[in-house]
Write a new protein. Structure first.
Length: 347
């Protein structure tokens, strides 16, 4: 069984922005995971927040409700940060160790927003991408981000490489049978420190242990998404969105993705103008304020329409099909799902 410390290092290392954007990718279904009467999906019972139908709001709420770290886990976290600082110093860089409380405070500042119901959240924050990501510029700065921002672009690139290692993992490590996984010595100071404090994560990464199951779950999601009943519901959603002024969106998956793409374009524009690095860090002051305000308005508008159209045309059908297919999937994979639940989902 994987230790609670192993699970926690995966969550704690994400940071506040990652919590907001956990499910925000082009592949994120943002699909309903419960029925109107509160019934949970058959698969979510085993997979928790790893279930593809859990949207980014629910993931953030679950993680924000984390009861906290034990004293042993705090000591392990502290040790990781100290090792990172030592390693970075040896590489010629400064790194300020952060405490577990720093990470907890990052999470807490989003709790009020994520306590809202889904409709109210959409009306106030959209998907929480541009609206929450740049809303809290007055929060205490990460001293390490300040260090990065005072560097030149080449210095920053070297700093990031020393901290996080090689980022292109498409073909690395394939000879050892683990495509996409880097050995600890190539994961930078953070990867090396994590491997030393949590050695089990270096020898058997969580993602590897259940790679086959996760692949099967992804295939299941594709089958649900392409079921004729779901595609018909998606078509009804499209017409509803067009009536709301969003005729360019053809599928529910595209609503959130359209915001993410516009956010990426805005950040790239700021990067081009400053000849700097906007891939990590940065605040709203780095962006064109008028364009940011327009994007935030767009996000709220499309998210509000998306929620209404899903409720009217899509969610019920998707849920019905998903529950039906998931129940069959659970019956065929129950033993492996139970192992996943016991190792990953539950302490």
């Amino acid at each position: 069984m994987i230790s609670s410390a192993t699970r926690r290092v995966t969550l704690i290392s994400m940071g506040a922005v990652a919590l907001v954007l956990t499910g925000c990718s082009a592949d994120s279904p943002n699909a309903p995971s419960g029925s109107a009467d509160g019934e949970e999906s058959p698969l979510k019972e085993y997979m928790g927040v790893h279930y593809p139908g859990v949207d980014h709001r629910e993931q953030a709420i679950i993680r924000a409700d984390d009861p906290g770290m034990s004293e042993d886990e705090r000591n392990d976290y502290r040790r990781v940060e100290q090792l990172v600082a030592q390693c970075m110093q040896e590489e010629g860089f400064e790194y300020v160790p952060r405490s577990a409380d720093d990470q907890r405070s990052d999470i807490a500042e989003y709790e009020e927003a994520y306590s809202l119901g889904p409709e109210e959240f959409a009306e106030e924050h959209g998907y929480g991408i541009t609206t929450l990501m740049f809303k809290h510029d007055d929060r205490p700065e990460d001293p390490n981000e300040e260090i990065r921002q005072n560097m030149s672009a080449p210095e920053r690139e070297a700093y990031d490489r020393a901290l996080n290692g090689e980022m292109d993992t498409d073909t690395t490590h394939e000879a050892e049978g683990h495509p996409g996984e880097l050995p600890p010595e190539k994961r930078g100071c953070r990867g090396q420190a994590t491997a030393e404090v949590y050695p089990e994560t270096a020898d058997a990464p969580v993602t590897e242990q259940f790679a086959g199951l996760m692949s099967d779950v992804a295939s299941l999601h594709d089958r649900i998404r392409n079921d004729p009943r779901v595609t018909e519901a998606a078509s009804d959603w499209q017409h509803c969105m067009a009536d709301s002024g969003h005729s360019d969106l053809e599928h529910p998956d595209e609503a959130m993705s359209s915001v993410l793409q516009r956010m990426t374009d805005l950040r790239r524009s700021a990067q081009d103008e400053d000849s700097g690095d906007m891939e990590d860090g940065g605040t709203s002051e780095d962006l064109d304020q008028q364009q940011l305000a327009e994007l935030q308005e767009y996000e709220v508008d499309v998210a509000t329409a998306d929620y209404a159209c899903r409720q009217e045309h899509y969610n019920e059908t998707y849920r019905e099909v998903a529950f039906e297919m998931e129940q069959e999937f659970v019956e065929r994979h129950e033993d492996e799902l139970e192992r996943f639940r016991d190792a990953i989902v539950r302490p």
